[in-house]
Design a protein around this ligand. Structure first.
Ligand SMILES: Nc1ncnc2c1ncn2[C@@H]1O[C@H](COP(=O)(O)OP(=O)(O)OP(=O)(O)O)[C@@H](O)[C@H]1O
Length: 258
């Protein structure tokens, strides 16, 4: 296992946001994190990325507590794509991608030939090579998400942590973005942990699902084991029908609220 949460709890004041969370991701694995609004997915992903300290338990990169590692060392191994990153700068797309190399560079060093090459390679892989000179602010939401994913690939991480990367994307962009991530993860033997709201997408692209509710892990396993009518009823308070058509498909009708 590369990245592991052990008994992680996180409080804000007297409020318990996360409680006793155990999870781990292995090389080549895509793990989906599902759960209702406010269940703690983003909070957990931030702690896994080392961007905050758990109140209890620890996050470990290999066997080392992530709190003990310099930020730069963590960033060499873990890439984090937050929900719709906003910036008041308006960089060119190529400069956003180049940011992915920052953790690998010595302070003030200019980009190496490898840095420039990987930007070009990833731009082709993610099909954004035609927009490298455009301004980030001029792109559509879907194109920006693709650029952020490309920036994470450029980082050459062992673990990618993605917080609802398909938010606001149309169905074609959702599918192509998750296809891109899962293909990249498998081909580089990295791993990904992805918060996803769409249960069908989670079932299609994730090897393993972790279900979060009220800040606790309430289910873990294959999509078939975790995305069940029972779990959807209990966790999301919605009556759904699972159609097993070469995989898990969730059908929810308007009249089907529990
Ligand atoms: N910095 C913070 N200070 C206070 N409360 C916080 C903070 N961060 C998160 N919370 C609270 O923790 C709970 C979990 O939030 P979080 O964003 O982790 O949930 P989520 O599962 O990602 O939700 P969503 O699906 O809506 O994005 C929420 O009630 C939120 O208000």
């Amino acid at each position: 296992m590369i990245l592991r949460a052990q008994g992680v709890g996180w409080d804000v004041g007297s409020r318990r946001i996360l409680d006793d969370v155990d999870l781990a991701v292995a090389p080549g694995e895509v793990v989906g994190l599902i759960g209702p609004n406010g269940s703690g997915k983003s909070s957990l992903l931030r702690l896994l990325a080392g961007l905050g300290k758990p109140s209890r338990g620890s996050v470990r990169l290999d066997e080392t507590n992530i709190e003990k590692l310099p930020r730069r060392r963590v960033a060499q191994r873990v890439a984090f794509v937050e929900q719709a990153a906003v910036t008041d700068q308006n960089p060119r797309v190529v400069d956003v991608l180049a940011l992915g190399r920052t953790p690998h560079r010595r302070t003030w060093a200019v980009g190496s030939a490898w840095d420039r090459q990987i930007v070009q390679t990833v731009a082709r892989e993610t099909e954004i090579d035609g927009m490298l000179d455009e301004r980030y602010g001029s792109l559509s939401g879907g194109e920006r998400q693709r650029v952020q994913i490309a920036r994470a690939f450029v980082q050459e991480p062992e673990v990618m942590i993605l917080d609802e990367p398909t938010n606001h994307l149309d169905i074609k962009y959702q599918l192509s973005l998750l296809e891109l991530v899962s293909t990249h993860v498998r081909s580089t033997d990295a791993s990904a942990i992805i918060a996803v709201h769409d249960l069908n997408l989670a079932a299609m692209f994730c090897d393993r699902i972790i279900v979060l509710a009220g800040g606790r892990v309430v289910g873990e396993g294959t999509p078939g084991d975790t995305i069940t009518e029972k779990v959807i009823g209990e966790v999301f308070d919605v009556r759904a029908r699972i159609v097993d058509d070469d995989g898990v498909w969730v059908r929810v009708g308007r009249a089907d609220y529990a």
